[in-house]
Design a binder for this molecule. Structure first.
Ligand code: 5GP
Ligand code: MN
Length: 335
């Protein structure tokens, strides 16, 4: 952030701050938002976290999670209009959060915008940007931000646990290439101040409902399709199946990674019929960019190896569209 000194000066007095993140916030999105919330509150700012949609209940342990509100056109309007700063975390374009008008409301607000993010191809809407697509997670960037502000000493256990959760989940538990020495050093600092790593792993990964595990079993047994010639594996999940397993928000998270764990697979996909749309998640392990694939064909984006998108066709039509498009990528996927 080249203009950090300017931001530091402005934030040296109490300000009205809104923090927002992407729809269906994951541990990185929510952990980053709450870590920043807790930090800015310590500095006596008036802070609101407003998220575009609800988030999975396995994140309810996060500190001050109860302070988070879901965007409501009426209730959120005056808070956003009167804010001095809007921090946008873990997404790179306002259109991503505009399904219910939050993006436009932020664009129109006179508040100064601060982007802290690690997604590819950011839109140029913020005055202050801490953007690094090679960062493991937005949570890592929140840690960097607090350090850049010269206030590492303000990172306490609650802030540290939120940051830890974001880094842990976005690095696939410290196994992706983005898990640099710098990440391990930051984690070491968090453990030194007393962050309980085993507790956070348990809270996030050993917190499955019985129906979620049975849904996983059903999906692997009945729904996984493997296209060996294309090095692709994918699932399609319809709304009846979600209902049958009483699938909760977040229950399908992680399913796509099982498909990617197959030998000789370059790309894994899950297509889920949800709220009148088909939501797609893409993962790759090598050079194949699912960011480009999702951006080009499914109005989405993300990172090179993890991206998402959507389709307004029905589930079967979306699957057929996907299979047609794949024909053009056979060579890329086999390289
Ligand atoms: P997931 O598949 O876990 O929902 O998302 C994988 C990555 O892609 C995340 O970094 C997420 O923020 C991003 N992503 C998911 N859906 C979309 C989308 O519809 N548009 C864009 N631009 N990014 C997405
Ligand atoms: Mn992230």
């Amino acid at each position: 952030m080249h203009n950090i000194e300017q931001l530091k000066a402005l934030l040296s007095e109490p300000k009205k701050v809104v923090i927002t993140t992407h729809p269906k916030p994951d541990a990185d999105a929510l952990g980053s938002s709450l870590a920043l919330f807790l930090y800015l509150k310590k500095k006596n700012h008036v802070v609101h976290v407003i998220v575009p949609t609800d988030y999975p209940s396995f994140l309810n342990w996060m500190h001050e999670q109860k302070s988070v509100s879901v965007f409501d056109n009426q209730k959120s309007k005056s808070i956003i209009e009167n804010a001095d700063f809007v921090f946008c975390l873990d997404f790179s374009s306002l259109s991503r959060i505009n399904d219910d008008g939050l993006g436009d409301m932020i664009a129109k607000s006179s508040a100064q915008k601060v982007l802290i993010d690690h997604h590819l191809e950011p839109e140029n809407f913020a005055t202050y940007e801490l953007w690094d697509s090679s960062a493991s997670s937005t949570a890592e960037l929140i840690y960097d931000f607090i350090c850049l502000m010269g206030e590492k000493s303000l990172i306490d256990v609650p802030i540290g646990e939120c940051i830890y959760a974001g880094i842990m989940t976005d690095t696939g538990s410290f196994r992706f290439r983005s898990t640099t020495a710098k990440v391990h050093l930051a984690i070491a600092e968090l453990l030194t101040i007393g962050v309980d790593n085993a507790k956070i792993h348990r809270l996030i990964y050993d917190n499955n409902s019985e129906s979620k595990l049975r849904f996983l079993g059903y999906s692997l047994q009945e729904k996984l399709k493997v296209l060996h010639d294309f090095k692709v594996a994918y699932f399609t999940i319809n709304s009846n199946e979600l209902n049958r397993f009483n699938s909760q928000n977040g229950d399908t998270e992680g399913l796509v990674n099982y498909a990617l764990s197959l030998q000789n697979i370059e790309m894994a996909v899950i297509m889920i019929e949800r709220e009148g749309l088909v939501k797609l998640s893409f993962r790759s392990s090598g050079d194949f960019s699912v960011n480009s694939f999702a951006r080009k064909h499914f109005s989405g984006g993300g990172h090179k190896n993890a991206a998402g998108g959507k389709s307004e066709l029905n589930l079967k039509e979306t699957e057929n569209k996907f299979l047609e498009i794949l024909q053009h990528y056979k060579q890329d996927l086999n390289n």
